[in-house]
Design a protein around this ligand. Sequence first.
Ligand SMILES: [Fe+2]
Ligand SMILES: [Fe+2]
Length: 162
Amino acid sequence: MADSPSDTFLEIEQDHERLQETLLLHQDAMVRRDLPAARRYWDEFCEELRDHMQIEDEILIPEFARLAGSPNGCSPEILNAEHRKIERLIERSEVRLLAHEASGTLEPRQVVLHIEEERTLKEVLDHHHTREGTAFFPVLDALLSQDQRRRLLERCRKLLVD
Ligand SMILES: [Fe+2]
Ligand SMILES: [Fe+2]
């Protein structure tokens, strides 16, 4: 029987595009100087990103470490280090957003600075997603049987519900 799309880690990888889009919606709102919308999209982005990284940290990276070692310049240590860097960058953006909210004003040049400072976050995310898309999710897909993949994906979904 052919694998159904739900039996591959593409399901988790698809989060990456959604995350990128939500971050852009946050930045669109910043450009409109609509702080409540910028906050709403930012919170959505952070929550989804933290859930996504939790699945990878607690379930998929340990499995990858057990199976694969370090193929194609991708290792559990690199992935973990990138996750911690992403967490530091979102914390920095959070502090800046809180400062805008506390001041109650948002001048055009503050918007420019805010978006410029989020550039590093976007670059690190982009790089990280490329690494996961080429040497992490496809490797997990290739090294696990359909049954193993299905069981792991069930654990991933359950983690988010609990
Ligand atoms: Fe990741
Ligand atoms: Fe990811």
